[in-house]
Design a protein around this ligand. Structure first.
Ligand code: GLY
Length: 373
């Protein structure tokens, strides 16, 4: 299904995109080489380009340029590229998150403006990401130096969104790595009931998968809402690139788990241990990632199912728009309130990735466009 043809609230989405652009216009000069991450009192500060989140603001500028054609959003294109190239050269904050980082900065630049520098830097990042692959275990190590010993080696569900950088290269070796990682994750991080672990311990010497653990969830055996969102969107994207039916099956079944755990207002609590009967803090970013996953799945399933997914995605967007907007918060430079980073760090705040995925969803709901992933 072509969601932009069938979506019902295009006027509302266009108003939201215009609102986002008024915020971004004010932010453009503030985040150059230093980027938003998680807000404090709903206001982002500029943080060094060393975090996993540094690219989301740049990605939003490309979306805003695509939407408005306003060159203001490309004003710092060169400076952003330089910052991301410096980060690669200096090996700052290098982890599996190379995918998030270089897809939304460099691949997006290449796709939107055709700038070959974006292509060149993104390819270097993809090569570095591929070096995190453990051949014995067929997985990409999430964090830490390569060569670290058990029990310091983990795979994590978030990596599913880093795989598109490898697929995008079109190189058989890189595609194989991405595909193998997705298969390993589906047998470990994805539980038999299609809920997910956040992380899984791996023995790098033997490649053996040891056990599931959490890092940002409530407990090892619970389901961290954002992680489940990463699984839905990540497997849907792996299906887009590989057409492996098993990836579509995992995306749909993890989506079913997400749907079952949605509270009444359709914005999940940060972990599925929490419900309307036993409430806690919400995570709007998990909701916006999940919407992007549902919209991607609409391309892949029969019309009837796609209609269901689109209707739900639009209801979630309504809830985000009506209940979690920064409209009316005079000092905010973010878009969505009540995101959650970590149970010990950044709660009920704007998150730059939540804002990015919300804006991406608005673009997907209103026009025929190429994803940056
Ligand atoms: N990828 C890190 C997070 O979702 O918090």
């Amino acid at each position: 299904m072509k969601v932009w043809e069938k979506s019902r609230y295009k006027d509302e989405y266009e108003k939201e995109l215009e609102y986002i652009e008024t915020i971004l216009r004010k932010n453009v000069d503030d985040f150059v080489g230093r980027y938003p991450h998680v807000s404090v009192n709903n206001r982002y500060r500029a943080e060094e380009n060393v975090l996993w989140t540094s690219s989301f603001f740049v990605g939003m500028c490309f979306l805003a340029y695509e939407h408005s054609g306003d060159e203001l959003f490309l004003k710092y294109e060169k400076e952003h590229l330089k910052s991301f190239e410096d980060r690669l050269v200096n090996r700052q904050g290098i982890s599996h998150d190379l995918g998030f980082l270089y897809t939304l900065s460099c691949v997006a630049d290449y796709k939107v403006t055709g700038n070959p520098e974006g292509d060149r830097i993104a390819y270097k990042a993809a090569q570095l990401l591929a070096q995190r692959y453990n051949e014995k275990g067929k997985y990409i190590q999430a964090w830490g130096e390569m060569g670290a010993a058990y029990p310091n080696v983990k795979i994590i569900i978030d990596t599913m969104l880093n795989l598109p950088l490898l697929y995008w290269t079109g190189e058989p070796d890189m595609i194989e790595i991405a595909k193998n990682h997705a298969i390993t994750a589906s047998a470990t991080l994805v539980r038999p009931d299609y809920s997910t672990y956040h992380t899984y311990l791996m023995d790098p010497d033997t490649g053996r998968a040891v056990c599931g653990k959490t890092h940002q969830g409530h407990r090892d055996e619970s389901t961290w809402a954002r992680g489940q969102g990463w699984a839905v969107y990540g497997y849907a994207l792996s299906y887009r690139y590989t057409e492996e039916p098993v990836f579509l099956e995992v995306a749909q079944k993890t989506a079913e788990v997400f749907i079952k755990n949605l509270p009444k207002n359709l914005v999940p609590y940060w972990d599925f241990d929490f419900t309307d009967q036993n409430p806690d803090i919400r995570d709007t970013s998990a909701a916006s990632i999940f919407v992007c996953g549902l919209l991607e799945l609409c391309n892949d399933v029969a019309e009837e199912k796609a209609t269901e997914y689109l209707a739900l995605a639009e209801e979630i967007m309504k809830s985000l728009r009506e209940q979690y907007s920064t409209r009316g918060l005079k000092d905010s430079n973010g878009i969505l309130t009540e995101g959650m980073y970590h149970r010990y760090d950044g709660q009920e705040e704007c998150t730059i990735w939540g804002d990015y995925f919300y804006m991406e969803a608005l673009m997907t709901l209103t026009r025929n466009r190429r994803l940056y992933w």
